[in-house]
Each structure stands twice: as C-alpha cells, then as structure tokens.
Design a protein around this ligand. Structure first.
Ligand code: AR6
Length: 177
C-alpha cells in the first residue's frame, strides 16, 4: 500500500505571532503562566482577560513542558504555552529543555488533531539563549518530530525581526543539505 500522507512542512516567516490565523500558536511563557513581557505579554493582550482567568486554573508549567488553552480573542484556535530554559551558559540542560519545549508542544498539537502551529523563538528574548544554537535546536527537533506527525501539516517558525528570520532561514537551508 502506498503512503499518501503529506509530509510536514516547516516554513520560516517574519510576523507578529498574535496575528496568525492557525490552529495553534505557541507562547514562550514563564512558570506561572500568568503573563509577562515579550511574546507572552503580546499574546495575553491580544487574547484578552479570559486567557489570564483560564491560566489561573492550570497550576503553572515546568520548564520544557507545555499546556494548552483556547485562543480566546486571537485568530488562532489554541495557544500552547511552553516554558523555555533561561540560558545559564549551556551546562544546566538548556539544550534538552529547549528541545523538549518544541517536542511537547508538537505532541500536544498532535493529540488535538491540529494541522498548523507557529512557534516564536522560544528563550531567545529575555531568557538569553544564544540565537544560533536555539535556531538549530528548533529546526532539528521539528524535523525529528515530523516522522511521527499524523495530523500536523504546517509548522511555522516565526521571527519577529529581520535578523532572526535570516538566521532561521540559514539554519533551515543548512539542515536541508
Ligand atoms: N510575535 C512573534 N515573536 C515575538 C513577539 C510577537 N508578537 N514578541 C516578541 N517576540 P521573549 P523568552 C520574539 O522574551 O526569551 C516573558 O516575560 C522575541 O523577539 O518573549 O522565552 C515570559 O513571561 C524573541 O525572539 O521570550 C517569560 O518570563 C522571542 O519572541 C520570558 O519572557 C522570545 O522572546 C520568556 O523569555
């Protein structure tokens, strides 16, 4: 029997993640899940106060784990909140924890039967992860996951500026070689 399942496609885009009309967007949250700055603040502002009320019932989230909420006022149907590692120099399991954020988020999306998901550059803002290393982990983890993807068709890595977009594109093309 031939396998007609379409492969998972990974694309780099430069955008405000809160504007994306997809099945899920990922939030680079903190342990409390009660909001913060950066992309977390933008998502809470755009989703509305219902998101904070809902997050208060979730009991927080550990580093490397992920939790799902509705998108509320966002164009995206769901938000997957994940907590990236703070960069401490690379010897406190930062690479494993960052990879886990991507994997756990993709697994949650699969469990919900979602087709499309967008990630911001987790840990690449105030958490201080070196951008090139973080980009490589994002691309390799998503690629490794694609073998077990059933419902997911489209994964977007969202850059918020030109520098991150260029870096992600370079990382993706190097990985493809
Ligand atoms: N759309 C897409 N990407 C964005 C957006 C946006 N609207 N806004 C920022 N970015 P950060 P972290 C990019 O600091 O490093 C929060 O306070 C940004 O340019 O948001 O994981 C949480 O509550 C950067 O590349 O997340 C935590 O306490 C990337 O998103 C803490 O920050 C991540 O930057 C998490 O830190």
């Amino acid at each position: 029997m031939t396998n007609t399942r379409k492969p998972l496609e990974l694309q780099i885009i430069e955008a405000d993640i809160t504007h994306l009309q997809l099945d899920a967007i990922v939030n680079a949250a903190n342990h409390s899940l009660l909001g913060g700055g950066g992309v977390d603040g933008a998502i809470h502002r755009a989703a509305g106060p219902e998101l904070l009320a809902h997050c208060k019932t979730l009991g927080g989230c550990a580093t490397g784990q992920a939790k799902l909420t509705p998108g509320f006022r966002l164009p995206a149907r769901f938000i997957i909140h994940t907590v990236g590692p703070v960069w401490h120099g690379g010897h406190q399991q930062e690479p494993e924890l960052l990879a886990s954020c991507y994997r756990q988020s993709l697994q949650l999306a699969e469990q919900q039967g979602l087709h499309s998901i967008a990630f911001p550059a987790i840990s690449c803002g105030v958490y201080g992860y070196p951008l090139e290393q973080a980009a490589r982990i994002a691309v390799t983890t998503i690629h490794a996951f694609s073998r077990q993807a059933h419902s997911l068709r489209q994964v977007y890595l969202v850059a918020f500026d030109d520098r991150m977009r260029t870096l992600l594109e370079k990382t993706l093309s190097e990985h493809a070689r």
